[in-house]
Design a binder for this molecule. Sequence first.
Ligand SMILES: [Fe+2]
Ligand SMILES: [Fe+2]
Length: 279
Amino acid sequence: MENAVKEQESTNLFVEMEDAFSQLEHKPLRDVLLDSVRAEERAVQAINASFRRFTEKQYSVDALRTFFASWQRTNNSAMSVQGLANRITAEAEAALGRGAQGQALDLSRAAGRLHRVTDEDLGVKGQHVHFELYYRMASGFCGGDDAWQSRAYCLPSAVKFKAWLEAVRLREPIMVGLFSMLVHEGYTHAELEVIAPWFERWASGPMSMSHKDARRLLAWIHVHNGGTEKAHFAHSCAALDHYCSAVAPKVDLDHAGEVFRTYLRLKSAAMQQIADHLF
Ligand SMILES: [Fe+2]
Ligand SMILES: [Fe+2]
């Protein structure tokens, strides 16, 4: 019975990813996304299990610091989204210099959609900057201080995940960076929808917090729920669409699939290393 419940829960990660990915109108790429998730089923199940187990009990402050320092490396990527947008606006300016105004407009619109992906993270409408909400959550659960920010607490596989994501967005061809946007925003939607009730139960159960304190500390999770990340996925699709209109690149489906699967495998490796460290 317990196994059936856990299987059902990992199914939810797949269902939520499919829900986000179904917004992509480019059918061949959408099929590759969905096939990649199915191909990495074991990696996705391992991610699910690591969050599930984490939210079942209490830990030492040091273990909590390791969790929050490492997890942050896998979800905090606004800077590399902006870096990718900067690369596209540089191409737009070059196109303007050549007198290719139509191309410059498409490139600018692609970069604009990437800006929309980071609006909430950066607090551009006056809302809390997401880093501050993560800081409040991690510090609150780690005994009230911010020692969790030390790089010494960050596990190597989480560092590797972030380094890979930044390389894909900042050093590989722009199209490859856009592939990473698709898988990241769709996956993030699924992760945060699935773990939200688990973290609420963890905070008010094993961590003995009042409902009010739990809600306050978990605001970082809640601001990403209710369609925020699905909208980011839609903006990422539009960015890719405008970029394709501008430069008509060949959409290399094999390369896209490799990026999607590598993302899920590296994320899974990071979450499994956190689990190995904690349990
Ligand atoms: Fe965010
Ligand atoms: Fe996002």
